[in-house]
Design a protein around this ligand. Structure first.
Ligand SMILES: [Zn+2]
Length: 395
């Protein structure tokens, strides 16, 4: 028996958000959008037994994409505690709760860029089967990192080219959706490379891209350091995570020729942060530097680089995306630009444009209903009325 759902709203933002329908509706049959348009027309197309949800003073838009999360981490003082200590069943249960929290915030697609023991793939499959609520998950498995390197506790340690190829083959056999490599060090791991130091050289990163491509997989490279970004881009990764251009303690060096290369080759920058520059400013005692670090995405976008918002949830709270998007106004983006970045733009950039990110027949019924009009008032994104993921009503 098929399941049909009709959601109507005062305004439909089809994606891009400038494409508006007043008094509109979306019809979903078995998880796929079959009609979008004026409410009367969509209602006429609804099969018998369709469940109706009417939101006459709300806005319906595509579900949000969080480009960078870690279901296996816990926001708080020791984000890696559960990944270090808990058994698989306990950790997987926590990851399911994290997935439900993401969904409640209107997020219907995430990339999990580092789990332990392929647990994010299990959560992904349970969500896809409809047994637990959550967003669509693209999972990378454990990130490739050198011995003692950034996030080595997750289990993706590789030492040299043979192990790189072996680990990628193992990930591919397990069914990952992409490969994550820690090109530079990171903040949350003590010992090993600093954030601005490289963990892999250009030849090793090129090998990662080549071996991943052999299995039909794209590569996401965590890269804070200017050299690591330069090498990851030269190696041809699909996305650069964080992309903060650090070249020393408290200093940065954004290279225009590398930015131009990213724009020209369609290499995506994923923010991988809560965008909470005020909090970072308080932490490092330097508001100006914190703002410069986090607002860099505006310059990248202006240079033609596709920017995907990602919160690094797990280090940030799992419902952090709407607030993070709000902060992008401080960086000079309009509400419409931000909403497009987090929906159709992100879906296109992550290779999911034929799956989600817009409200159009044939795409997954990933729907977010919020009070008011978020194009006028972006903060309305937190006033969630209803979330539908692949046709299933979640909240
Ligand atoms: Zn991360």
């Amino acid at each position: 028996m098929s399941t049909a759902l009709l959601v109507s709203a005062r305004t439909i933002l089809r994606g891009p958000v400038t494409d508006r329908i007043d008094d509109g509706a979306v019809l979903s049959v078995d998880g796929t959008i079959t009609a979008v348009g004026r409410r009367a027309e969509v209602e006429a197309a609804a099969p018998p037994g369709t469940v109706h949800h009417d939101h006459p003073d709300a806005t319906l838009l595509p579900g949000l994409v969080d480009g960078h999360v870690h279901l296996a981490l816990e926001p708080g003082r020791d984000p890696f505690r559960a990944a270090r200590e808990d058994d698989d069943a306990t950790l997987e249960a926590a990851m399911r709760r994290a997935a439900a929290t993401l969904l409640g915030a209107g997020v219907t697609t995430v990339r999990d860029l580092g789990d332990r023991g392929y647990l994010a793939l299990r959560v992904r499959d349970a969500i896809a089967a409809g047994t637990v609520p959550g967003p669509r998950v693209l999972a990378a498995g454990a990130p490739l990192t050198p011995p003692g390197g950034h996030c080595h506790v997750l289990g993706g340690v590789v030492d040299g080219p043979v192990e790189i190829a072996e680990r990628i083959a193992e990930h591919a056999a397990a069914g990952v959706d992409l490969i994550k490599v820690m090109a530079s060090g990171g903040q949350s791991t003590t010992g090993g490379a600093t954030m601005w130091e490289s963990q892999f050289d250009r030849a090793e990163l090129a090998l990662v891209v080549e071996e991943a491509a052999r299995h039909g997989l794209r590569v996401a490279a965590h890269a804070h350091g200017t050299q690591s970004i330069t090498d990851a881009v030269a190696a041809g990764v699909a996305t650069v995570e964080h992309c903060t251009w650090m070249n020393g303690p408290g200093t940065s060096d954004q290279r225009p020729e590398v930015v131009a290369d990213m724009a020209g080759r369609g290499i995506v920058a994923c923010t991988g942060s809560s965008a909470d520059w005020r909090r970072l400013g308080a932490l490092i005692g330097d508001d100006e530097r914190a703002f410069a670090l986090m607002s860099r995405v505006r310059g990248l976008a202006e240079a033609g680089v596709r920017v995907v918002p990602g919160t690094d949830a797990g280090l940030s709270p799992f419902d952090a995306l709407p607030a993070a998007l709000g902060r992008h106004r401080d960086f000079g983006f309009s509400a419409a630009e931000i909403l497009d970045m987090a929906t159709s733009g992100a879906a296109d950039a992550l290779g999911l444009g034929a799956v989600t990110g817009r409200l159009a027949p044939g795409l997954a019924a990933d729907l977010l209903v919020v009070d008011g009009d978020p194009v006028d008032e972006l903060d309305r994104l937190t006033d969630v009325r209803m979330v539908v993921a692949a046709g299933r009503v979640a909240a």
